[in-house]
Design a protein around this ligand. Structure first.
Ligand code: WT7
Length: 648
């Protein structure tokens, strides 16, 4: 391995950071020595209605997995995000909205946000939506998306946000899974100068039998585009909120009542509803946001994620708002109208903290330095990355070109399941190494196990697990606790298994090596190979499909699909396109295979298991050493696939 540089804490953060290295170490040790005392103290960072006296009740034991934090306390998360800021910060900006069109932007103060949330909360109540109901949110990146989440939380309804890039089929599946009775959407979304037919997608989803539970569709008017209207079911956002009172009492929730569900892909089956609860999640989201981004009064903070992902939940909405921060919401994409857009937005709003994904960094890097250098970026102090391993080359470009060597970089490792960041540098406390997520956050106990589940010591590489819980951990798979146990607590008994591989170096730094299960990470988005496979075989021409990942310059991983056709169908380029379109309509754009290779058959063991190891090698063009193929039912299949590979 080539020489790895270490970048010490810079002057700016040495001086101003909330914590230095010694303080981090002492605080980390305290969080491990006595977690109850540590979290009893830090749980107070959010507002409680009835204070907690019980801190933690956790078991990872396979026959009795349960996770509870602050569990006799009551609260409403929106009180910490809104009400408590009104007195002092009522007139301070809470959200800066930057439109897709660079001439459009807006600022919303904490008081305005509070009233918007209350109005929608009251309007939802008036439509009969109540505590425990699941409200689906399928919105573009407008302020009202955050308002919708908080309005649900205000009345104790559970929100389930679905990313605007998912198809009607995907919406229907999620609605059915959680029996959602209301959808909040917009007429259309706007991204990169194009419109996205959100309401049409919802209509199509609701025409499917599984989605019959939905009785109310709230439509926010974003573009005034042409849409269909179902009388009695559809209501305009502006009409129902205009009529509503702008004060709404906050529903008292138990710390362990659900706050939201977020669907995410796994290695098997349909996406699962990751469930987070009110108390621990908010404590953890706000605490990580403050320390990792060294958030202090007056900072302008921008996370480029979409609220459809966990990053948007924790680090656009809940964490920053609980901290009374200024959080920027961007409707557009990094390359529209041109590839300078991010840095123009940084200059326009004087952004201090910028948090994005390696895939965006790599795409911007490909466009060269000029579009960056044509902007000032003087306001930037801290750059964050999340979603996938960052290659040192992209890290260095981010550091030297974007940050001009005066910004620190935090590479934050976490997952939808973890609610907040688990492994990360802190800007004033951690010398950083390009490509390493470095050290655990407070209360987090990472460990590495081998494939048999033995704990490894010192410098090692293996599977990344957590020894104990932290307040932001997911509590269950919505409606399927058994699946929760099987997915996360069965592979390595007594530990939470992340699904990632990791290496630990001589400084006890963690290096995430990527997924070790059948989950792909495409542009920082998770996609299960099984999901793409089942979409492909749902097409009438397909008899079989096998999907693997392969290295992709921009996306990190690309999707490589092997498809076997039924008799009577021809292997044509038109059919490849048709299959890609089909996957788009079944799941969404992020699931579309980059490459489809025709396969006369896919290699299987005699027991019928697809040999993905071999398919991965062929996809990655590593054709020399195929390893042991003797267990294959028909080894000649491999030669045929290698032969076909040449045509890709
Ligand atoms: C998977 C989780 C939670 C943020 C967005 C993705 C990968 C995430 C890093 C990082 C290396 C990373 C892991 C993880 N990942 N951050 N800093 N370095 N890999 O959330 O969709 O739940 O995906 O993203 O493989 O398991 P997600």
């Amino acid at each position: 391995m080539s020489e790895i540089k270490t970048y010490p804490v810079n002057d700016y953060f040495s001086e101003r950071a909330l914590l230095n290295e010694d303080q981090y170490k002492a605080m980390y040790q305290a969080s491990i020595d006595d977690p109850e005392a540590f979290w009893a103290e830090h749980g107070k960072r959010i507002d409680w209605m009835k204070p907690y006296s019980k801190i933690k009740d956790v078991s990872y034991a396979h026959d009795d997995v349960h996770i509870k934090w602050f569990y006799d306390g009551t609260l409403n998360p929106t009180v910490s995000c809104l009400d408590r800021h009104l007195e002092i910060k009522g007139d301070q900006t809470a959200i800066i909205w930057e439109g897709d069109d660079p001439t459009q932007d807006a600022k919303v103060t904490y008081r305005e946000l509070y009233h918007k949330v209350c109005r929608l909360a009251n309007a939802l109540k008036a439509r009969g939506i109540k505590k425990g109901d699941v409200v689906t949110i399928y919105m573009p990146m407008v302020v009202e998306a955050a308002v919708a989440m908080l309005a649900c939380a205000r009345i104790g309804a559970i929100h389930s946000v679905i990313f605007g890039g998912f198809s009607p089929e995907s919406i229907a599946g999620r609605v059915e899974d959680c029996q959602s009775n209301c959808i909040i959407t917009a007429d259309e979304g706007v991204r990169g100068g194009k419109t996205i037919p959100l309401k049409n997608n919802v209509d199509e989803a609701l025409s499917k039998p599984g989605a019959a539970t939905v009785k109310t569709v709230v439509v926010y008017e974003r573009t005034k585009g042409d849409i269909e209207w179902t009388e009695g079911r559809d209501v305009w956002y502006h009409e129902i909120t205009e009529a509503a009172s702008d004060d709404c009492p906050a529903e008292e929730m138990s710390a362990e009542d659900p706050l939201f569900i977020l669907y995410t892909s796994g290695s098997t089956g349909k996406p699962k509803g990751v469930m987070h609860t009110c108390g621990g999640y908010l404590v953890y989201a706000s605490m990580t946001h403050e320390y990792i981004f060294d958030y202090q009064e007056g900072d302008i903070y921008w996370c480029t994620a979409d609220v459809g992902w966990i990053t948007g939940h924790s680090y656009i909405v809940y964490g920053p708002l609980a901290n009374g921060a200024v959080t920027l919401m961007f409707e557009g994409v990094p390359n529209y109208p041109d590839v300078s857009r991010c840095w123009q937005v940084v200059d326009k709003h004087q952004v201090n903290v910028f948090y994005t994904a390696p895939t965006a960094i790599r795409a911007l890097m490909q466009a060269g330095d000029e579009p960056v250098k044509s902007t000032s970026r003087k306001s930037l102090r801290l750059l964050g990355t999340v979603g996938e391993p960052i290659n040192p080359e992209a890290w260095e470009w981010y550091y030297h070109v974007v940050g001009e060597e005066h910004c620190t970089i935090v590479d934050t490792w976490w997952q939808t399941e973890t609610g907040g960041v688990l492994i990360t540098p802190l800007p004033g406390a951690t010398p950083v190494k390009p490509g390493s997520a470095t050290r655990p956050f407070f209360g987090v106990q990472p460990a590495i196990v081998d494939n048999e589940g033995n704990l490894l010591d010192g410098v090692c590489e293996g599977n990344l697990v957590m020894k104990d819980s932290w307040p932001g951990q997911m509590r269950t798979v919505y409606g399927d606790h058994q699946r929760f146990i099987e997915t996360y607590f069965s592979t390595y008994k007594g530990y939470y298994f992340s699904g990632d591989g990791a290496r630990r170096d001589e400084d006890n730094y963690y290096w995430i090596t990527g997924r070790v299960d059948d989950v792909l990470n495409v542009s920082g988005h998770r996609m299960g190979t099984a999901e793409v496979e089942s979409a492909l075989v749902a097409h009438p021409a397909t008899s079989e499909a096998a999907v693997v990942g392969y290295p992709h310059d921009i996306k990190g991983q690309g999707i490589y699909a092997y498809v076997t056709l039924k008799k009577g169908h021809e292997e044509t380029d038109e059919l490849i396109q048709e299959l890609k379109d089909f996957v788009r309509s079944e799941i969404g754009g992020i699931a579309v295979p980059d490459i489809i290779q025709w396969a006369p058959a896919v290699p299987k063991t005699r027991s019928g298991k697809i040999m993905r190891r071999i398919l991965r090698k062929i996809a990655c063009n590593e054709l020399e050493n195929m390893g042991d193929t003797s267990t294959l039912a028909d080894p000649s299949v491999v030669d045929k696939l290698i032969e076909n590979r040449a045509h890709q």
